[in-house]
Design a protein around this ligand. Structure first.
Ligand SMILES: C[S@@+](CC[C@H](N)C(=O)[O-])C[C@H]1O[C@@H](n2cnc3c(N)ncnc32)[C@H](O)[C@@H]1O
Length: 332
């Protein structure tokens, strides 16, 4: 299946949009061709083969408005079930979920549903909103956003494996609905999205800010992607402490190599105000538990328990404060 087929409806909708999305629609095809046809990524071929092995199933009942996103059908043969299991296993590791594909339950590394339970009560109604999910992972939260009535959800994330996991879910949702599904995963970084689109009603950035060398630039990108009066939902690692304090790890943080800045919530609120956000509110804070992020049959590598001090789970393996996440909501 040529990659353009994943995006035909998006590209034609964007080209016909009367906002600045039109400009993006005109560039997108070339941009996608560049990233998706990149042959230097060794696993791309295997993942695309796995996707092709996903059986076509009829009479699907999809439920994306619950914690485990699930697909059911009475018409799955044993052969199809085996082919499905094998394809899903070829798309391991599954980090963000959970999902259930016709009885194959995918217990992901992260209970992404718990994050959604904490955050969703605080956000503006997503009904008929255009949403951008920056660093969308496998797209788990995008499906929850769509289920809440968003008119379009665009996710950007450079992970190619997450792209295939997203497309596996989308394949069965499209089949269940028998129509195009207005959710799209763009396999590139936020830095590659045209600047100053100023069109999205809600922009999510969850678990991304600490990966950015330049967090203020990231906040400005989010601000400039939003329409006037739009809402940002920012979730990131923070540390306890006062206004002005920020932790910059010497090297790794909880074994992650690419962690740059962990501000206090007061510092982060100031950063947000300085790029122009109004009504900045801290809506929740949560220490990540080893029940929320853990090794499973579908993600067999080390996980949070192995990244903490074995004798003191209030510290990371490097001796920093254990992962504390905060969500801040603000508007342009
Ligand atoms: C910790 S995961 C969070 C996934 C999901 N948003 C969640 O909250 O469960 C961070 C994701 O951000 C992506 N990411 C990292 N840098 C990014 C960038 N510059 N632009 C877009 N996504 C990025 C990574 O590939 C990864 O999937």
């Amino acid at each position: 299946m040529p990659f353009s087929e994943f995006y035909q409806d998006l590209i034609s909708d964007l080209k016909n949009d009367d906002s600045r999305l039109k400009i993006w629609g005109e560039q997108l095809e070339a941009q996608l061709a560049e990233v998706l046809v990149d042959q230097t990524h060794g696993d791309m071929q295997a993942w695309s083969e796995a996707f092709k092995q996903l059986p076509n199933i009829e009479n699907i009942n999809a439920n994306i408005n619950q914690d485990t996103l699930s697909f059911e059908s009475a018409l799955v043969s044993d052969g199809q079930s085996q082919a499905l299991l094998s394809a899903l296993q070829s798309l391991k590791p599954w980090r963000k979920g959970p999902f259930d594909f016709f009885g194959h339950h995918i217990e992901t590394e992260w209970h992404s549903d718990w994050k959604w339970q904490r955050i969703s009560p605080h956000i503006s109604d997503l009904k008929n909103r255009k949403v951008l999910d920056v660093g969308c992972g496998s797209g788990y939260h995008m499906w929850r956003m769509l289920a809440q009535g968003a008119s379009r959800v665009i996710g950007v994330d450079p992970s190619k494996l997450f792209f295939w996991q997203f497309e596996a879910v989308k394949k069965y949702l499209k089949a269940a609905r028998n129509e195009n599904v207005p959710a799209h995963f763009l396999p590139f970084k936020m830095e590659d999205v045209p600047p100053n689109l100023r069109v999205f009603d809600t922009v999510f950035s969850m678990g991304v800010l600490y990966h950015r060398r330049s967090p203020i630039e990231h906040l400005a990108e989010l601000y400039n992607a939003l329409r006037a009066g739009g809402e940002v939902v920012l979730e990131t690692l923070v540390v306890e402490g006062e206004l002005g304090q920020v932790l910059m790890p010497e090297d790794r943080y909880a074994m992650m190599r690419n962690v740059w800045f962990l501000p206090t919530v007061d510092t982060l609120s100031l950063w947000m105000r300085r790029v122009g956000f109004k009504d900045v509110k801290v809506v929740e804070q949560n220490y990540t538990s080893i029940e929320e992020q853990r090794t499973t049959d579908w993600m067999e590598y080390n996980s949070l328990k192995d990244f903490l001090d074995p004798n003191d789970h209030t510290k990371t393996a490097e001796g920093y404060p254990a992962p504390l996440r905060a969500t801040l909501i603000a508007r342009t």
